[in-house]
Ligand binder design. Structure first.
Ligand code: PLP
Length: 385
């Protein structure tokens, strides 16, 4: 079905579905086969093999992902980190340099500070909201700029329009991790980014039951990443493809509901006297609220906040809540709560973490699909206890 003229929520359901439906199956069947009978000819690209990411489950997902974000092509991977590391390795070789935002997911930060230098690739960190400083850091061997739509866990939004303009002017690729926004709230390729990356473990799948990743972009760029992935081997297995495919069909309703609930929770926390600070782009006090209002279709389901007091106070609050599950990860149907300094960013040395603004009493919340009033009542009791 041609879905270009349709809204993202319709594309999520109909794009990439097999035509005709396989034996009439309305849900995409799982092709649990690692290899496929040769069709003749000696072209390597005609071979179908699960690690080569070209089974019917991969093909359907690639088309759906590309259509949803308005890209020509997409590739799914074994995890979000497989998507990030493979995409970076596809475009960076020994002697190259790249720019990366200074507040990124901990795993990405680790890849940039540990693995990239081991491969002879150098990076400089940049403040996503200080375009003048980017000019000072660019070098003749700079190949790309890497940012996140909404940073983890401080929920900041870099100057997305200036990043696209900067990358084009300097002839470097622009890569963005769009995990926190999801394609429902922001579609980077439509705004000029070259590659959009997702940890599909989060919103795209939405049920906290698989680990997966994806990169979306134009045909040539995705082909380069696919060749790299085929050699590195970070393929997504057919059953996980099936679950991701199923999860994506409900992304629209999930994210719209999570946008609403997160806004209500953020407003409640902002008013509460024991809360020091709330980071949520839907609040007018957020430093990039105007940018979010202009560029996003929703403010997302992620927020973070600091309770007045020390780390013990933050821990006590988490323990007193009944609805959220204290667990890392995000984007699922259940509300998850964590202290980033003890989970996602525990690998970043404390001094660096504090410099990034991640204090030990910072709490991160991934709002799920529970009733907003129930979450607020639960938080109110835990804060007033
Ligand atoms: N990008 C962001 C923003 C994340 O939060 C995470 C994981 O939490 C990742 C990438 C890595 O994804 P995965 O755990 O699927 O490898």
């Amino acid at each position: 079905m041609e879905t270009k003229a349709l809204k993202p929520e319709t594309r999520l359901i109909h794009a990439g579905e097999p035509e005709p439906l396989i034996m009439g199956a309305v849900a995409m069947p799982i092709f649990q086969s690692s290899t496929y009978a040769c069709e003749g000819g000696d072209d390597y690209s005609r071979l179908k093999y699960s690690r080569l990411n070209n089974t019917p489950n991969h093909d359907a997902l690639h088309q759906k992902l590309a259509a949803v974000e308005g890209g020509e092509s997409a590739i799914v991977t074994a995890s979000g980190m497989a998507a990030i590391s493979t995409a970076l390795m596809a475009f960076l070789k020994q002697g190259d340099h790249f720019l990366a935002q200074n507040c990124l997911y901990g795993g990405t930060h680790g890849f940039i500070t540990v693995d990239a230098p081991e491969m002879g690739v150098e990076a400089d960190f940049i403040d996503g909201n200080d375009p003048e400083s980017w000019e000072q850091k660019i070098k003749p061997n700079t190949k790309l700029i890497y940012v996140e739509t909404i940073t983890n866990p401080l929920i900041q939004i870099p100057d997305l329009e200036k990043i696209v303009e900067f990358a084009r002017r300097h002839g470097v690729l622009s890569l963005i991790d769009n995990t926190f926004a999801s394609p429902v709230n922001y579609r980077p390729l439509e705004q000029g980014f070259d590659l959009s990356i997702h940890s599909c473990t989060k919103y795209l799948n939405g049920h906290s039951d698989i680990v997966a990743g994806a990169v979306i972009g134009n045909r040539d760029l995705i082909e380069r990443i696919t060749h790299k992935l085929n050699r590195l081997g970070g393929t997504l297995d057919p059953h996980a493809c099936f679950l991701l495919h199923r999860g994506m069909k409900t992304l629209g309703v999930r994210v719209r509901r999570q946008n609403e609930t997160a806004q209500a929770v953020a407003e409640f926390l902002e008013r509460h006297p024991v809360i020091e600070k709330v980071n949520y782009p839907g609040l007018t006090a957020h430093p990039q609220h105007d940018r979010a209002r202009r560029l996003f279709d929703g403010y997302g389901g992620m927020l973070s906040f600091q309770i007045k007091g020390d780390v013990d106070r933050a821990e006590a609050f988490i323990e007193k809540t009944r609805i959220p599950i204290c667990a890392p990860s995000l984007g699922g149907v259940e509300t998850l709560i964590t202290r980033p300094s003890s989970t996602s960013h525990s690998g970043v040395p404390q001094e660096e973490r504090l410099k990034m603004g991640i204090s030990d009493n910072l709490i991160r919340l991934s709002v799920g699909l529970e009733d907003a009033d129930d979450i607020i009542d639960d938080f109110n009791s835990a804060l007033n206890d």
